[in-house]
Design a protein around this ligand. Structure first.
Ligand code: B12
Ligand code: SF4
Length: 539
């Protein structure tokens, strides 16, 4: 539902979502292999906020990952609404400066402003927390005046809007065909208390939920757009934050898939103990979930205990990964280096974990302390928070800084070495892909999907299979998958590996950071343009 605040005036709202800072998880190198793809995922938070605004207020929505907001956009607007993560802070300041240059008032919400409002002294209105009473106050103020206030105003949500009352995000305001994946939120919050994570503080420990009817209504809304991507990512931090709710929702998702001929596939994030939930995994398999991001963080049990991630210690790690694979779920794993528990053996243990788990994609990052986390409080007390923009992390590691960064470099080089990476994809064919259900093709048979697949196939075979210097390992894995009829898998491994290999090469040349939060300069910040040009050279 929209806000119930009565408004007297008409306000034109310009929503601007900042450009991502390239990372292992943004797949920016893969976009150019796909037809029309310019960005990873639609920004849920700002889209929900846009949909919550009064009916009478026109909204223009610009995701700067797709196109930059122009002077004409700012001139059109009465007010500018922005969102983003800490890692997008520089881009947020830049949007605010452009809006201010056009004389427009700026409102900022989302995870970064909510956790660290002090980072944004240049913003007129800061919205802290999820949508709720603060959003209604913001609307009332905007209705009163769109002049910039003389001093910054902070509005903090005390009463959150129940998720059951969330409007359908304003998908109609963005070109879904330009995204690699769709997004959908089912729940908010996580019951666990991992030391480094700000989710419990920002979104609460008691997961709040949408109804199954909301979930399917959102899928219907996205499907209205021709050429939308075929995969939906559940943005919930922990898909099984409330197990019963997930188990109750999945049959509705399955019924929707059956009714529409299985037009979509899914991915989500969850804690490793999902491996102990066969009922949920069986339903996920039937709904055609393909992938699951698991914050494995470290293969070292002592380290998991120290970071209070006991839910990962409670289940045998390798066995759990195998269980997920058995249900057709390819695991992507987050890994953190630079922990206090790191020892001389950490690097070798991580490499063993990569080899044994056969997980193809790992996002290996250096520890970064986020505000509003127990880690931040502990390090602050110990005087171990660094404020040096020349460093890759804000944590003073217990081991020498150079040693930690070098270990990170060696580990990403090891994990994303083309031979090893494609060998792990090769093994996924038997371990995972053959375990997936093969749904009827009816729901996916349309011109947009067919032409998208043809373009991807052509570019993968040309740029990776022919022109790249990792074509040999690619073909070893691809041939194996093709023999088992796994054409989708060949395309998937092609574009994922291409991004990981390219991003790793940039990082090893010092053009990318190890934590992605650091303001340490990046020699090659790609913006919107390089597209196909970079691919003409054999990589
Ligand atoms: C999906 C996701 C991504 C996607 C981004 C997709 C996208 N287009 O947004 C991808 C995969 C790219 C991504 C990457 C990363 N992510 Co991320 N991601 C998420 C995740 C899981 C869901 C985001 C989401 O859609 N949430 C649902 C929406 C509805 O919530 P919301 O955005 O907070 O919006 C609500 C309110 O904040 C408010 N609101 C939002 N904006 C605005 C604006 C205004 C004006 C108003 C009034 C209100 C308002 O209204 C909404 C409804 O209540 C969140 C976790 C989470 N729970 O949010 C992490 C999260 C945002 N990511 C995080 C991090 C750290 C990262 C990475 C740095 C990880 C890494 N180390 O590589 C990278 C960085 C990417 C980059 N290089 O730019 C952190 C951010 C920490 C912070 N406080 O800034 C989070 C919170 C998770 C965590 N704690 O680790 N991520
Ligand atoms: S399980 Fe994930 S979302 Fe929950 S507190 Fe731990 S890291 Fe954060």
């Amino acid at each position: 539902m929209r806000s119930s605040v009565p408004v007297k005036n008409r306000r034109r709202l310009l929503c601007v979502f900042p450009h991502y800072t390239p990372a292992f998880g943004t797949f920016n190198h893969a976009y150019r292999l796909m037809k029309g793809v310019r960005a990873f995922m639609p920004p849920q938070g700002l889209l929900v906020t846009a949909a919550y605004m009064p009916q009478a207020w026109p909204v223009r929505f610009i995701d700067e990952n797709i196109r930059k907001a122009t002077d004409a956009d700012f001139a059109w607007a009465d007010a500018v609404l922005v969102s983003g993560m800490h890692v997008q802070a520089a881009q947020i300041h830049d949007i605010a400066a452009r809006a201010h240059a056009a004389g427009k008032v700026v409102m900022l919400g989302g995870p970064s402003a909510s956790a660290s409002p002090e980072m944004y002294p240049d913003i007129d209105y800061l919205h802290i927390g999820e949508i709720g009473d603060a959003t209604d106050q913001l609307i009332a103020r905007l209705d009163e005046s769109v002049a910039r206030p003389s001093a910054q105003l902070r509005l903090e949500t005390k009463e959150r809007l129940p998720l059951q009352d969330f409007p359908i995000p304003a998908y109609d305001l963005i070109p879904l065909k330009n995204y690699l994946m769709l997004t959908l939120q089912f729940s908010s919050g996580c019951p666990y208390l991992c030391e480094f994570c700000d989710i419990p503080n920002l979104y609460g420990r008691q997961p709040r939920l949408k109804t199954p009817a909301q979930v399917t209504a959102e899928l219907d809304a996205m499907r209205k757009q021709k050429g939308h991507p075929p995969v939906v990512y559940f943005v919930d931090d922990n898909f099984i934050g409330n197990r019963k709710a997930a188990k109750d929702m999945l049959p509705h998702l399955l019924a929707w898939q059956k009714q529409h001929g299985y037009p979509l596939q899914f991915a989500c994030e969850a804690t490793l103990n999902i491996a102990k939930q066969p009922d949920i995994l069986r339903l996920m398999r039937e709904c055609t979930f393909l992938g699951i991001f698991v914050g494995i963080e470290t293969p070292e049990a002592d380290a998991l205990k120290a970071m209070r991630k006991n839910q990962n210690v409670a289940v045998p790690m390798m066995e759990s990964i195998k269980t997920l694979n058995d249900y057709g779920l390819e695991v992507t794993s987050g890994i953190i280096l630079g922990l206090d528990t790191d020892s001389d053996d950490t690097e070798a243990r991580l490499k063993d974990f990569i080899d044994i788990s056969r997980i193809p994609m790992l996002t290996i990052n250096l520890l970064q302390a986020l505000p509003k986390t127990p880690l931040w409080d502990r390090l602050k007390l110990a005087g171990r928070l660094e404020d040096d923009p020349g460093l890759e992390s804000n944590v003073r590691f217990l081991r020498p800084y150079e040693e930690v960064v070098s270990m990170w470099r060696r580990c990403i080089a090891y994990a994303n070495d083309p031979e090893r990476l494609f060998a792990r994809f090769h093994d996924q064919v038997e371990a995972t892909y053959v375990n997936r259900v093969i749904p009827p093709a009816r729901g996916k048979l349309n011109w947009a999907n067919l032409s998208g697949a043809l373009v991807l196939a052509f570019r993968v075979f040309l740029h990776i299979g022919l022109l790249s210097n990792y074509r040999k390992p690619f073909w070893r894995a691809a041939r194996h998958a093709l023999r088992r009829g796994q054409i989708d898998a060949v395309l998937g491994m092609g574009f994922i590996a291409h991004h990981l290999i390219q991003f790793t090469r940039e990082a090893l040349r010092g053009e990318q950071n190890a934590s992605y939060y650091s303001t340490k300069s990046r020699a090659a910040e790609p913006s919107h343009a390089p597209q196909l040009a970079a691919l003409r050279k054999p990589a």
